[in-house]
Design a binder for this molecule. Structure first.
Ligand SMILES: Nc1ncnc2c1ncn2[C@@H]1O[C@H](COP(=O)(O)OP(=O)(O)OP(=O)(O)O)[C@@H](O)[C@H]1O
Ligand SMILES: [Mg+2]
Length: 274
């Protein structure tokens, strides 16, 4: 089992898009996946086709019950042809209020998600984080085995990634297991402009060992999310196949960085009890 927090404190860089693309790629490979939507905006929740969640991750954070995540997990709405069907711990707008309340708790404000995920046996957990370094993201970083930083190839991207990695280092100093591991940095929405190429090169120069294969700017990617359809099910829509291929490669690389060298470890595992 591996859990990955998908982060950047900057908004709109493609965290949710990468979570959805990796979830689609994992389903394609037969890997059972759970998406935990820690963003009050709930974009991963709707992108996975869940519009009226029955429960949300918010109640799990309140209850502070070890293993409590199980009770909130529901199937996504990606039904057609998506096997095994990814699962979801949905977001709720009340998460925004919860973040402020958590900050008043002198004990356990940072690791409630970790507590809730105890005993989880879904092979792959992807945690979509909000665009901030607040307690919701911090909870994700305390809970996850690895962290994947998503960025755009734009001005100040190098600085933004640097700040994020500093925060990850501070978590590592506090976690008894020294986690989370670095799964890498993915440049998303890479276009064909000179500007995009320039900032991408800057990122590669700054983080030569951590940059993963990029995800290119493609209308099909945005359309898949807007239609709550996995990118692998976008058929002949121009660019869909190429985008799906990029997420396949990214999934391989991310799992490799997380120490899953043999993907058969994760593929086609039997139904767990979550
Ligand atoms: N590779 C891509 N090609 C085309 N459009 C993209 C791509 N990646 C993201 N987008 C679009 O860019 C917008 C922002 O992406 P997304 O919501 O994934 O970012 P985010 O980092 O999760 O945002 P937030 O910080 O608000 O949670 C969305 O409209 C999405 O469809
Ligand atoms: Mg998002």
């Amino acid at each position: 089992m591996v859990s990955i927090a998908v982060v950047n404190q900057k908004g709109g860089v493609g965290k949710t898009t990468v979570v959805l693309g990796l979830t689609s790629a994992a389903a394609q490979r037969g890997i059972r996946t759970l998406v935990v939507d820690m963003d009050p905006q709930g974009n991963a929740t709707t992108g996975l086709g869940v519009f009226e969640p029955t429960r949300s991750i918010d109640s799990v954070l309140v209850e502070e019950r070890p293993g409590g995540l199980r009770a909130t997990v529901e199937p996504t709405g990606w039904a057609t042809g998506c096997e095994p069907l990814p699962m979801l711990a949905a977001s709720s707008p009340s998460l925004a209020v919860r973040e402020a309340q958590l900050s008043t708790d002198p004990l356990g404000a940072q690791d409630r998600l970790r507590l809730a995920m105890r005993g989880n046996d879904v092979p792959l957990v992807l945690i979509d984080c909000p665009p901030s370094l607040g307690l919701l993201t911090i909870n994700a970083l305390f809970a996850a085995d690895a962290v994947l930083v998503v960025t755009e190839p734009g001005a100040w991207a190098v600085d933004g990634v640097g700040r994020m990695l500093q925060t990850v280092d501070r978590i590592r100093m506090r976690r008894p297991d020294g986690g989370p591991e670095a799964a890498g940095i993915v440049v998303n929405r890479l276009g064909r402009t000179r500007d995009g190429r320039y900032w991408n090169e800057q990122l590669i120069a700054a983080y030569p060992d951590q940059c993963l294969p990029p995800v290119r700017l493609r209308a099909a990617v945005a359309e898949a999310a807007a239609r709550s359809v996995p990118i692998h099910a976008m058929g002949r829509r121009p660019g869909a196949e190429e985008a799906a291929g990029e997420f396949d490669v990214l999934l391989d690389r991310v799992l490799h960085c997380c120490g899953c060298h043999d993907l058969h470890d994760l593929e086609h595992t039997s139904e767990g009890d979550i």
